[in-house]
Design a protein around this ligand. Structure first.
Ligand code: HEC
Length: 152
């Protein structure tokens, strides 16, 4: 029993040396959204979808750090509000529409993140705010745009 415990402690200490990337690269072209929308994105999404991640203390402790870094890496890859203006317009509109879809379906923010960041939940009135924004800045409703593709 004691040997197992010592083994675990050594293992825990050892994995702390695995390098984890916790970078906040420069903001190149931040998204240009109305302030009410911006506030929602900043609060609920920016930790994984921007270059301005607020890295929490547990992002410095393995193995939690691996999970946090993975979410941030994959989140930025799919959608990065700090580089949003660099996307072609078509992609921007597609992503804006996806934002609403993900939030409406309760897919975003990710569930484990919500457990720790309860205030990140997007409320019903906030979803209305997103809807109004997406109606203007999102994709045209299906069928109205010729030859539309749904690349992500
Ligand atoms: C804890 C990190 C985290 C937070 C917070 C978060 N996301 Fe994500 N998001 C991810 C990850 C990881 C992916 C890629 C994997 C996936 O689709 O599940 C992703 C994917 C997405 C996608 C792309 C889906 C696709 O298929 O291309 C959209 C859109 C999105 N998130 C919107 C949001 C919005 C809007 C918020 C805030 C309301 C948000 N996310 C909050 C981690 C996060």
């Amino acid at each position: 029993m004691k040997k197992i415990l010592i083994g675990l402690v050594v293992l825990f200490a050892g994995i702390q040396f695995v390098p984890v990337e916790r970078t906040n690269p420069p903001v190149t072209q931040a998204i240009d959204a109305p302030p009410a929308v911006q506030a929602i994105l900043d609060r609920s999404c920016a930790d994984c979808h921007s270059n301005q991640t607020r890295w929490p203390w547990y992002s410095r402790v393995a193995p939690a750090s691996w999970l946090v870094a993975k979410d941030v890496r994959e989140g930025r890859e799919k959608l990065n509000f700090s580089e949003f203006g660099d996307y072609p317009e078509r992609r921007q509109r597609h992503k804006v529409s996806e934002v609403l879809e993900e939030v409406e379906h309760g897919e975003m923010p990710l569930k484990p993140y919500l457990l720790i960041h309860r205030d990140a939940k997007v409320s019903e009135p906030e979803i209305e705010t997103l809807r109004a924004w997406v109606a203007v800045a999102g994709e045209a409703p299906r069928g109205e745009e010729e030859g539309e593709s749904h690349e992500s």
